[in-house]
Ligand binder design. Structure first.
Ligand code: SF4
Length: 153
């Protein structure tokens, strides 16, 4: 058997932790997986080891999907470090980043960062009643950040 190189990686750096508490959340009971802490957070050491393992193997492209819970709970410096490590260990490889968020913490600093590093953003929101009725759960919007920041002054 020939091993296939993984080029799409899903990472949950804050585990199931979230700053919302949606009734329908499928992740509700997952904190029980982390009985020692209610706030699981990926360490900088683990981030470096992980990024290195993802981007160093040969291959043209790799993409990392940052999800949760709510991945922005890690804070912006965590993602600045992540892209720095991607550039350091990627040696010219194309590394794409996507992030799924509920948007609560997103401000202009985050938006500028997402735009600068071309993050693909998925924004989950509760829609108006008629949309929610058709699609129970959260409505997901996916877009590139330049659109999100085009109204920036
Ligand atoms: S925003 Fe998402 S992860 Fe957070 S509680 Fe709601 S459904 Fe769960």
């Amino acid at each position: 058997m020939t091993a296939k190189v993984l080029n799409n990686i899903l990472v949950k750096p804050a585990g199931p932790d979230c700053n919302l508490d949606c009734l329908y959340c499928f992740y509700k009971n997952k904190p029980e997986l982390f009985p020692e802490t209610g706030r699981p957070r990926m360490s900088e050491f683990l981030l470096e080891v992980m990024i290195r393992q993802i981007v160093e193997p040969p291959g043209g492209e790799v993409s990392i999907g940052w999800q949760g819970g709510e991945p922005t709970l890690m804070g912006l410096p965590f993602y600045r470090k992540a892209v720095e490590l991607e550039e350091r260990f990627g040696a010219g490889k194309i590394v794409g980043n996507g992030l799924q968020t509920n948007g609560l913490l997103i401000d202009r600093q985050w938006a500028r960062f997402f735009r600068e590093f071309r993050f693909l953003i998925g924004l989950s929101i509760d829609g108006p009643e008629h949309v929610q009725f058709l699609h129970p759960g959260r409505v997901k919007l996916v877009f590139w950040v330049p659109e999100m920041t085009s109204a920036e002054t």
